[in-house]
Design a protein around this ligand. Structure first.
Ligand SMILES: [Zn+2]
Length: 409
């Protein structure tokens, strides 16, 4: 026989004990950690929730709860806005075999009216809800992850071959602040690979061209331009303003400077390098993994390696490596997945081979080791003579001149 709503509610009350918000608070204060299961709709959760609560909207409960709470003996406190939907949810949870379920009487409304602590997530605009909707669908990102991305500050060294795709994807993903260090101007020969720049911007400062492109893509992103040559004088001042540094430089002096500054400030350096048809990416972040000097303690002598301009580079290659750099930066911001710390992804594009090399930290490293001998920043171009004609440390191409011998796998 069909049941009325009242009968269903009465049954639910029989099955699912109700507790008051004060009782829930008292359990939490005692150090108990029941799962606080918020069964309201996303839009309601956005207005505030009980700190630590897990959101599974009532409409998705049967589909998602076993994934969210695999152990059916887990103590669960279900709540909604007023206490009705959570009772009905509790009934379903019992049917699914959960043995320790209660419903919070009066729901979030009663909790809030008692003056108990609540948390509010970042309020996304209607436009942001659409723009980032594909991120919101991923549990690993979601609204909390998107808020982290919007709050994150990433510095790109160079708006060239590597910096272009990296910055493009970081901006698209909604990384809220992007700094770009580059003192060069757009050259026609850059356009074969440096996709931030366009034909009509030849001669324009690269940071300006980058800002125009990135803000046209996503107005949420704030661009900080550093139209200066990276040196021991300004590296700390610039790096300090950011959480992560993405290295797209094309020369050894800047590579060593960026490495040393990141080690000293304890910031992750997402590194990339390309050479003709080969590329590689890694994350230098001691002590979890090596820094660049763990692998190559000192720069090569001047003139020992040809520059990108002399060697040539396949147009699409920096796109591959720069995208891996953007991906690694986003993983670090979200705290998701396994970053490329202590590992290097190596691309051999002609053979279509991708390898992962293990990189080891050197406990005797001159900068990140136990007894460092490099304790202040060094401007190697002073005696390397590797800077380009403009003395631009960040370099014109945004590419690394060469890979030196690979550490073995
Ligand atoms: Zn090191």
């Amino acid at each position: 026989m069909a049941k009325t709503y009242k009968q269903i509610m009465d049954e639910a009350k029989q099955l699912v004990p109700e507790v008051s918000p004060e009782q829930v608070k008292a359990r939490l204060d005692k150090g108990e950690r029941p799962v606080l299961l918020d069964v309201r709709e996303k839009e309601e959760v956005r207005q505030g929730y009980v700190p630590g609560a897990v959101s599974v909207p009532r409409g998705f409960l049967e589909m998602r709860v076993e994934e969210t709470i695999p152990d059916k003996k887990t103590p669960i406190v279900a709540y909604c806005a007023g206490g009705t939907r959570s009772l009905l949810a509790g009934r379903i949870l019992k049917e699914l075999g959960y043995t320790n379920v209660v419903s919070m009487r009066g729901g979030f409304g009663a909790w809030k009216n008692q003056g108990l602590p609540i948390k509010e997530d970042r309020q996304f605009t209607a436009e942001q809800q659409i723009r980032y909707s594909r991120h919101f669908l991923l549990p690993e990102v979601g609204e909390a992850g998107q808020a982290k991305l919007l709050d994150a500050k990433v510095l790109l060294i160079g708006a060239g071959g590597l910096g272009s795709p990296a910055a493009f994807y970081l901006a698209a993903a909604g990384v809220g602040t992007l700094g770009i260090v580059d003192m060069d101007t757009v050259d026609l020969s850059n356009l074969q690979r440096q996709i931030l720049h366009t034909n009509d911007r030849v001669g324009m400062p690269k940071t300006e061209s980058a800002r125009l492109t990135l803000q046209a893509l996503n107005p949420d992103v704030k661009i900080l331009e550093f139209r200066e040559r990276l040196s021991s004088e300004n590296a700390f001042r610039i790096f300090e303003q950011f959480d992560i540094v993405v290295n797209g430089c094309d020369n050894f002096p800047t590579r060593y400077l960026a490495n040393d500054a990141c080690v000293m400030l304890h910031k992750p350096l997402v590194d990339g390098a390309i050479w003709q048809f080969e590329g590689q990416a890694t994350v230098f972040y001691p002590p979890q993994g090596p820094c660049y000097r763990c692998l190559f303690p000192e720069p090569p002598p001047p003139g020992a390696v040809p520059s990108c301009a002399e060697a040539g580079v396949l147009g699409v290659l920096p796109g591959l490596v720069g995208c891996v750099q953007a991906l690694e930066a986003i993983k670090l911001i979200l705290g998701q997945g396994t970053p490329l710390i202590g590992r290097m992804m190596h691309f051999e594009t002609l053979a279509s081979e991708v390898r992962i090399l293990k990189l080891r930290r050197d406990p005797k490293c001159v900068v990140c080791g136990e007894h460092p001998t490099v304790t202040k920043l060094i401007d190697y171009e002073m005696f390397c003579g590797l800077g380009d004609a403009n003395g631009n440390g960040a370099g014109p191409g945004g590419e690394h001149e060469s890979d030196r011998p690979q550490p073995s796998a």
